[in-house]
Design a protein around this ligand. Sequence first.
Ligand code: GLU
Length: 400
Amino acid sequence: MDFLSATLSRVKPSPTIAVSTKAQELKAAGHDVIGLGAGEPDFDTPKNIAEAGIAAIRAGKTRYTAPDGIIELKQAICAKLKRDNGLDYVPAQVSVGTGGKQILYNALMATLNPGDEVVIPAPYWVSYPDMVLLAGGEPVVAAATLEDDFKLSPAALEAAITPKTKWFIFNSPSNPTGAGYSRAELKALTDVLLRHPHVWVMTDDMYEHLAYDGFEFCTPAQVEPALYDRTLTCNGVSKAYAMTGWRIGYAAGPEHLIAAMRKIQSQSTSNPCTISQWAAVEALNGPHDFIDSNNAIFKRRRDLVVSMLREIDGVACPVPEGAFYVYPSIAGLIGKTSAAGTLIDTDEAFATALLEEAGVAVVFGAAFGLSPNFRISYATSDDTLKEACTRIQTFCKGLS
Ligand code: GLU
């Protein structure tokens, strides 16, 4: 339609949001649907954090703030980056936005010119390529396969870089695979980047604290200090602190880039919710003991889901290091027909039939750039996961 912008025609709505919305609608209409689509913790926001939000309202902290965040939150972010990642930043190098999404979007909007390329490892989180397109750039997808445990090889990164590359987006533990890069694996990638001084690194560390079996999280500027001046380290409170709806994400990086991001935010949304900012101060500065107990629950659920999926002929599922996703391959099921007569010729057909015939909502792999797979978010109760995996097993057994 001519009325809409040409840029908009290059992008699609977020598939993760679409699947979770559809599952919610079906449930509300009385259908027996289990939603494993949305990537958000089922835990409540910890009480001390919620109380800090309530206290902010009571204290009248309900007005505009500086467009990219209050100084108290920027200081808490600097302290967190030092404590957890050994990185030195000052508040002028920090930007706070409405969720990790706005932060990444601001950074791309602030830096991309038409024709600029952004290297994105696949499987990728659904919004990276579309944000690049919205900002006028070109996503360049570099594939990581199941055989590589979904981790990008240095050779694949090297091959994807051209003179037009502006950014490399790095996400570990990964959405949608849960794959986490060890320090040595990350160092092998940062060694490639050292050879290409024109490439900047945008790192999405949102799943930092969701790691299992002793996995040691690390982030590019920490592993390779020589990249500090061209790295934007992005993170947020949504996943680790069960604060998805509060919408607070942040980034730290060179001051001129942070200033450019601030300019965009000052002309678009202004500050992220003031009340949420005060709650995030408490999240970052307050006790963190609940993270270990939440992780013990997530790890149990991961092991349950992986073992039940592995019982299915035609499904292959690696054990991820972190996040709350698994990304099984259904290569062995492609070409079969469901009990209701649907041809499973793509992972999208699989996910649609699974929802319609078995009442389980998952996100199809093509949305994340690697097929044929599907993503399960296991951030829901053990009983729900058992029931969902039993339904998936029965559905797959019914394929012929
Ligand atoms: N990041 C989560 C997901 O992948 C939330 C939805 C979204 O923003 O994509 O499901």
